[in-house]
Design a protein around this ligand. Structure first.
Ligand SMILES: [Zn+2]
Ligand SMILES: [Zn+2]
Length: 263
């Protein structure tokens, strides 16, 4: 069984077809999915999915690419994170690729999320692009290692992965790892410890090969896991077992929920 550790099932491409998305997950033995919040405005849609389906979980947070939206406060995030199906804070982080100029607001927003995660006792989902030094610096300054979390849709260097792992973080690979030109990233997937790896789709974006350019969905996480397995010279089952165990170790509130469902 595999888990999609990061997807956006409330986005219309997927929300409108949720039954077929769930059917394909079942057919491919994708047991769980974490639905990740990008704005406070859409958080209720994300939470509804997690409330409606036992094997879906939610996060609460505001993505660094959204500029003119309601800015979250620590108090708001902590309050919303009290819901038992909210298992993480994010996605949050820094993105100097999509946005340029004075991004002090992005760094402030990132700090807000780390403070909320520590108070809520729930791990962080961090999005980081072209912002290695500031991401690691702010994680250190704010004590992110107290809650840990994941660097999702990882595209940076082995050095950055190792620095995050030292702070107790996990590294999540998306469909990008299946792309032919992602040579450095494939090397990261080969080298980091298995007990620190997660897999995700970030659907509806970033469909893996052989679906590149199409609408992505949680079932396709299998292709990400297969690529990681091939790179490391191990079986798909090995990667499935490890990444599923890693998911429930990191997102321990999901485990509590899953045990409640199973018992
Ligand atoms: Zn992201
Ligand atoms: Zn995302």
């Amino acid at each position: 069984m595999l888990v999609d550790s990061h997807c956006h099932l409330n986005f219309s491409e997927l929300a409108e077809n949720i039954q077929s998305v769930r059917q394909l997950m079942a057919d491919e033995d994708i047991g769980h999915a974490l639905c990740v919040s990008v704005t406070l405005d859409k958080f209720p849609e994300v939470l509804t999915l997690a409330e409606q389906y036992d094997n879906f979980y939610a996060s609460v947070g505001v993505h660094p690419d959204y500029e003119d939206i309601e800015e979250p406060t620590v108090e708001t995030l902590v309050e919303l994170a009290k819901h038992p199906k909210v298992v993480a804070i994010g996605e949050t982080g820094l993105d100097y690729f999509r946005l340029t100029g004075d991004l002090e607001w992005q760094r402030d927003r990132f700090r807000t999320h780390i403070r909320a995660a520590i108070l809520a006792g729930k791990p962080l989902i961090i999005h980081t692009r072209n912002a290695v030094d500031d991401t690691l610096r702010i994680m250190r300054e704010e004590g992110a290692e107290k809650v840990g979390g994941v660097l999702h849709c990882f595209t940076e260097s082995l050095e950055m992965a190792q620095a995050a792992i030292e702070m107790g973080f996990y590294i999540s690979f998306s469909g990008i790892v299946t792309f032919k030109n992602a040579k450095d990233l494939k090397e990261v997937a080969k080298q980091i410890p298995l007990e620190r790896i997660l897999v995700e789709t970030d659907s509806p974006y970033l469909a893996p090969v052989p679906f590149r350019g199409k609408t992505n969905q949680p079932a396709y996480v299998k292709y990400v896991a297969q690529e990681v397995a091939d790179l490391r010279g191990v079986s798909l089952d090995t990667i499935a077992d490890a990444t599923t165990a890693n998911f429930f170790t990191l997102f321990k509130h999901a485990k509590l929920g899953a045990e409640a469902v199973c018992s």
